[in-house]
Design a protein around this ligand. Sequence first.
Ligand code: FE
Length: 216
Amino acid sequence: MSDDTIGKEGHDHDATEHGPAARIKALEQLLSEKGIVDAAALDKIIERYEHLVGPRNGARVVARAWTDPAFRKRLFADAVAACAELGISGPEGGHLVAVENTPRVHNLVVCTLCSCYPWPVLGLPPAWYKSFAYRSRAVSDPRGVMREFGLEIPESVEVRVWDSSAEQRYIVIPERPPNTEHLSEEELAALVTRDSMIGVATIAPPSKKSPRSRER
Ligand code: FE
């Protein structure tokens, strides 16, 4: 994606981004030096959300929504309860809302104020999500931003931008790609990317030549 646009611009133009980040780093170091927090424990928490929790949880939710119409209905009615059915819950996920991509509507998620993000389903936010450029331009020019990610949304499709907050966070349920009728729920989940659940990507159909069949 556009490291040289969204990401970089954010660093160039957002003076406030440095302040809090620098203060947090100093605070963390101080707490660590005084033995109040354990740096290794902090690393473990970050590691957990980056690699173990991560977007694979969200991918499981999406795959279930694609394959189970009753679950899909429950998901859009109450995402927190539906995720809990799959054993997914945790901090920063207590007010989760799922939004549905359709042939006529495309959803994009941002946090204009800071970096609110649904940790239990997507893990920790990528750097670009926190950049000033993304936070401002996702609202003022969502189609332009998506284009920088390589996603062209036709004019005939309505774009809805959702501004996250500490009270409400969003996961996009992307459209199921064509030619996936033969895939298992697990195989479907493997197709789902983090970016598609933020809304800056859609999901490509699996490549035709290598239909991976997994032993179960
Ligand atoms: Fe935020």
